[in-house]
Design a protein around this ligand. Structure first.
Ligand SMILES: [Zn+2]
Length: 162
């Protein structure tokens, strides 16, 4: 990500904190910088682990609270893919993607489809101001599909051996 974009996100964050009468503490700054390093999806745990590795010790609650502030400031978006699968991402790298989620292993991939993006942009939403959209496709990844298919074969074999 280019420096100008990070600079503008940083300004957005500071302005938001000011509005909330909060300060940009060293912790918040470190978490912000870490988040800006991720062009892909991340979890709160990963942010905490990465900071911990660099000997920057913050509590998990601090990570959670700061990510919430970043979400309120429209810098970070939260994807609740399933009840137990929650991932975060910078808003600026999330726009216009389809998320493909495997119901078996929870792998999430991102795809872009020009036609679909055009369709979604063209959709009219009367009496509603749209800010962003997210598209999730649920199914089976090829690895899980293969694993499940071969598991059935193994079961069949066991049955015929009886
Ligand atoms: Zn899978």
């Amino acid at each position: 990500m280019n420096a100008a974009l990070i600079e503008s996100l940083h300004k957005t964050f500071i302005d938001y904190l000011k509005k909330k009468k909060m300060k940009l503490t060293a912790e918040r700054e470190a978490i912000f910088n870490k988040v800006c390093n991720f062009r892909e999806l991340f979890t709160l745990e990963v942010i905490w682990q990465e900071l911990d590795k660099e000997n920057f010790h913050v509590s998990r609650a601090s990570v959670y609270n700061t990510i919430n502030l970043l979400m309120e400031a429209n810098i970070v978006v939260c994807h609740q893919f399933t009840n137990s699968l929650v991932k975060y991402e910078l808003c600026c790298v999330a726009e216009g993607f389809i998320y493909i989620i495997c119901n078996e292993c929870g792998t999430v991939r991102k795809l872009q489809d020009e036609k679909l993006t055009q369709c979604c942009t063209a959709v009219k939403t009367p009496k509603f101001t749209r800010e962003y959209y997210a598209l999730y496709f649920y199914g089976l990844c090829s690895k899980c599909k293969y694993r499940l298919a071969t598991a059935h074969l193994k079961e069949d074999k066991q049955d015929t051996n009886k």
